[in-house]
Write a protein that binds this ligand. Structure first.
Ligand SMILES: [Zn+2]
Length: 292
């Protein structure tokens, strides 16, 4: 099973997770920018974080044989803080960096007017940078939030195939599917979707434009939920090719629209062995030699 986890916050995870993910078939990830749990108080807090997403985390993942990519954005929750909104002027330069494959996560949290403005502004940044967009849907009032999300996307004029709408469930999948956008499912241990419900939706809607992620972060979550969903698909009668489509080819097609995916194996990497000294890393010369 080969897996690209299209939404996972590796900054919050351990090296044990990277090892377990590799063993389960994960060969690439996309890490969208999100909030830290603790509110940020300045734009500088974001730029340090973005730098670590495109630099340090990319290097760390490569040591475990996993290709790391990032999506960059001001997250919906912090769009409400004027101190955070200042980062919007910094985002365009990050969208040009190696390994940045999308704008994200953007969208609504509490559906405030400030979130509306920041969402629309970032869709415009995506258009200017010619990148796809990862859109978060609110956990409260999900149906109304998803409807409003689709309205904002339509107003932006972005082509539907450039947009992945995430955290969907039984009540919201049809809206996104019918709109021609990519449908994302975050499979969590005890909230959002589980493997079984996700597989039921794959049976109902088919495997085209359907994407499964672990959305693992610093909360109770599981970075192996992509693999577990793949095994649940097989147990339910889907083929290996179906699993490959959902866990690999679909996210590759979506993020591949950026032209920035790197998917060849990490040179010099051998599972279970310490990284070779020359393990490839294109991100930052500062990081070379950090690990003796
Ligand atoms: Zn997330």
């Amino acid at each position: 099973m080969r897996i690209l986890d299209p939404h996972i916050h590796m900054t919050s995870r351990t090296t044990d997770d990277y090892e377990a993910m590799y063993a389960a078939g994960v060969r690439a990830v996309v890490e969208p920018a999100f909030w830290l749990g603790q509110p940020r108080t300045s734009a500088g807090s974001f730029t340090d974080y973005f730098d670590s997403l495109v630099g340090w985390e990319r290097f760390r993942a490569a040591q475990f044989g996993i290709r790391h990519h990032a999506a960059i954005a001001l997250n919906p929750k912090e769009a409400n803080d004027p101190r955070c909104r200042e980062v919007l002027t910094e985002i365009p330069r990050y969208l040009l960096k190696d390994g940045v494959v999308a704008v994200g996560e953007v969208g609504f949290d509490s559906m405030t007017p400030a979130e509306d403005d920041v969402f629309a502004a970032q869709l415009e940044l995506a258009r200017d940078a010619d990148l796809p967009v990862l859109v978060h849907t609110p956990h409260r009032d999900k149906l109304a939030g998803t409807r409003r999300t689709l309205d904002v996307v339509r107003e932006s004029g972005l082509p539907p195939e450039r947009v992945l709408v995430d955290h969907l469930n039984e009540t919201t999948v049809a809206l996104v599917h019918d709109a021609g956008m990519w449908a994302g499912f975050s499979v969590y241990p005890d909230t959002k979707m589980d493997e079984r419900r996700t597989v039921a939706l794959l049976r109902e809607y088919g495997t085209a434009r359907m994407i499964v992620n672990s959305a693992a972060d610093w909360g109770r979550s599981d970075p192996l939920k992509t693999a577990r969903t793949g095994h649940e698909m097989l147990a339910a009668g889907f083929t290996d090719d179906d699993v490959d489509q959902v866990l690999w080819r679909n996210p590759v097609e979506f993020y591949g629209q950026s032209g920035n995916l790197v998917l060849d194996p990490v040179p010099g990497f051998v599972a279970g062995e310490p990284p070779a000294p020359g393990v490839e890393f294109e991100g930052s010369s500062v990081l070379r030699g950090v690990r003796a």
